[in-house]
Ligand binder design. Structure first.
Ligand SMILES: Nc1ncnc2c1ncn2[C@@H]1O[C@H](COP(=O)(O)OP(=O)(O)OP(=O)(O)O)[C@@H](O)[C@H]1O
Ligand SMILES: [Mg+2]
Length: 294
């Protein structure tokens, strides 16, 4: 059983209770008070955040996830670069030497989440949801998306993603690995990624590896804000928006799975519906969607 779910000190409940209290203390409330998106307002079909977290935790357990979930954390420090990002991010070293980045629930910038149309508590869920979907779609996607799990560190729960190596802000992947860049466009279109600027992937030229990071602002619904959509815009500009056979098959598999490859069990219901609607529309048109078409 995952540590998040057991009855010990490191339980999710324990982490979450202190998380929520700490967040209330730490987060600067937006000037307009209690106007967070109503992600947790109740409807009959709506599960609590805790239930959705439990669902997600129960699904975690691929090889890539197991390392992130269970290897001891030996270093944990605030990530401070020239471009540290808007959400609090911590640099993590695991006992086996692997590196990762932790983005706690409490560190999500509330005004930014609001701007993108999300309740802050959904942001780490999206980070993990994007990876889970990539994993279930198959190797073409799992290879380009940073593995990511929900994990608590010293009572602070958050999304822990495996470090992707290489440089941001380069368009080399477009010429060196165009198949992967096209896969990134398909993936971003499907997950309704709102924030794929050129700092939200890494390019490792030696390994010829493209690594997508930062999926907190994804699973958008129609009309929500888009910041940038680097790969989608590129694929359209090359007139390569038409789906290839493998992409059509991936969409059919997703739609035929009982629960959208598990995501229907932990995304918000309206997010899951929008995901299914995008998959339908992409199949109907046999094309990726336009930039910002959620
Ligand atoms: N999986 C990862 N691999 C490599 N670097 C990472 C990873 N996750 C986070 N980082 C580092 O932490 C920074 C902030 O992370 P991330 O981009 O996920 O957060 P953010 O605050 O949502 O960013 P943004 O400013 O794009 O909204 C990144 O720019 C990068 O330097
Ligand atoms: Mg970022």
């Amino acid at each position: 059983m995952l540590a998040l779910l057991t009855g010990t000190e490191s339980t999710w409940d324990h982490g979450r209770a202190s998380t929520l209290a700490a967040r209330d203390a730490k987060r600067a409330r937006p000037a307009n008070g209690d106007v967070l998106p109503a992600a947790t307002s109740s409807t009959l079909a709506r599960m609590s955040l805790q239930d959705r977290v439990d669902e997600l935790a129960a699904q975690q357990g691929s090889t890539e996830e197991d390392r992130l979930l269970h290897t001891q954390i030996v270093r944990y420090e605030r990530h401070g670069t020239a471009h540290p990002g808007v959400n609090e991010t911590y640099y993590v070293v695991l006992d086996d030497g692997h590196e990762a980045f932790h983005k706690p629930f409490t560190g999500v910038a509330v005004p930014t989440a609001q701007h993108y149309g999300h309740h802050p508590d959904e942001v780490p869920m999206h980070e993990c949801g994007a990876w889970r979907l990539a994993h279930r779609l198959g190797p073409a996607y799992a290879e380009i998306v940073a593995p990511c799990v929900l994990r608590a560190h010293e009572g602070e729960a958050g999304a822990l993603s495996a470090r992707q190596f290489g440089l941001p802000l380069t368009d080399e992947p477009l010429t060196r690995v165009p198949d992967r860049a096209r896969a990134a466009a398909f993936f971003d279109s499907l997950i309704a990624q709102q924030d794929r600027h050129a700092g939200n992937y890494r390019w490792d030229g030696n390994a010829e590896k493209l690594g997508l990071i930062d999926h907190g602002f994804a699973f958008a619904r129609p009309g929500q804000y888009v910041n940038q959509s680097f790969f989608v815009a590129w694929r359209w500009a090359r007139d390569e928006q038409a789906l290839i056979d493998a992409e059509q098959q991936a969409l059919r598999n997703l739609l035929e799975s009982r629960d959208l490859h598990g995501l229907g069990r932990f995304l918000l219901p309206e997010e899951a519906e929008a995901l299914a609607a995008r998959a339908d529309l992409m199949l109907e048109r046999s094309s990726i969607l336009a930039v910002g078409e959620f």
